[in-house]
Design a protein around this ligand. Structure first.
Ligand code: SF4
Length: 194
């Protein structure tokens, strides 16, 4: 089975509790105004992988608490999402999943996938409701659903939003996490002027 992926970070501390292996799924039809991940929209973009290779890579990554799925839209590739989630869960790693869909819709269509997810964060990004005060989310409409006993609401006071800047082997910079990216961009430009 194949999966189309925009980006992978093997060790990030900004996309859910603890240190996490993070997979940005490629493809999203929602096209929200102000989306920070426009490059993930193209359903044919990114790079295609075999899910087994991704799974092996996850299992060979040390010291991770779990895996986070985001995008793009993870539920655009439900078979790959289900395969990964079920196998990751069996290994005792936790699963966090961000989605632009509302949980009510997912309960009707993808109940089997929801049963593998520990923490679901639903709702698309709405620019007019921009708010960085809660961990890992960028707008007020987004909601946390603790679907298993693995986590509970207490983690929401434990973690604060952060931005990570990763310099990749090819010299490209990948920025992730939640925060004021516009301000960061301005500051970086100022910094490069000196
Ligand atoms: S659902 Fe997420 S990835 Fe898709 S357009 Fe909206 S903010 Fe961007």
């Amino acid at each position: 089975m194949k999966i189309r992926i925009y980006h992978i970070l093997k060790n990030t501390k900004t996309e859910g509790p603890g240190t996490r292996y993070c997979i940005w799924f490629q493809g999203c039809r929602r096209h929200c105004k102000g989306c920070w991940a426009v490059e993930t929209w193209d359903l044919k973009g990114g790079k295609e992988y075999n899910v087994i290779d991704i799974l092996n890579d996850i299992f060979s990554t040390p010291d991770i608490e779990g895996v986070t799925f985001l995008g793009g839209e993870p539920f655009e590739q439900p078979e790959a999402l289900m395969f990964l989630a079920r196998n990751i869960k069996q290994k005792g790693l936790s699963i966090v999943c961000f989605t632009g869909y509302k949980i009510e819709y997912l309960k009707k269509k993808y109940k089997n996938i929801l049963s593998e997810i520990d923490l679901l964060i639903d709702g698309e990004f709405i620019e007019e409701e921009k708010d960085f005060s809660r961990p890992w989310v960028g707008s007020k409409n987004q909601k946390y659903y603790f679907l298993t006993d693995r986590y509970n609401e207490s983690i929401l006071t434990k973690y604060k939003n952060k931005i990570e800047i990763n310099i990749q082997k090819n010299g490209k910079i990948f920025i992730n996490g939640i925060g004021d990216f516009d301000k960061l961009e301005k500051n970086l430009k100022m910094y490069t002027k000196h």
